[in-house]
Design a protein around this ligand. Sequence first.
Ligand SMILES: [Zn+2]
Length: 154
Amino acid sequence: MRERFHWCERCERTFLPPDLGAGDVCPHCGQPTKRISWLTAALRKVGQGTGNRSDIQQKHLQLIQAIWTADGMGQRYFEICQPGSMYYSRFVRQVTELICRGLEEGWIELRLPVQPLLSGGKYELVHHDPERFVRELQLLFPAKSGERPAASDG
Ligand SMILES: [Zn+2]
């Protein structure tokens, strides 16, 4: 069973289908909502009433984050991307969000070990389109080539 989540841009909130108005509009402001996956919903803090789910989603995100930052890779990405004055924790969250989008869209695949208790069991993210990942990273963290002013980070 796949959960369906809807996102209202104006309220910056996630809603579940039973809470939506007719035509999938936001129950608060009446704006049309956008369908998003549960990964995205988890990243955007699911609204109230989904306590159990958000707990496991949170763990899933922590897992993805743990996988891509393993073996000092997080720090390495941080150095390569040089996201200006951005804190490392924020950088990690943004890359995790990007990876989750890749997973949703299929250009990144998450592989879990079939037997996690055996040593050597590997958790890995497989990049089916590495260039896409690099492109998306560059979009997120534009390289400072000298003349480009540092983007203020809201
Ligand atoms: Zn709304």
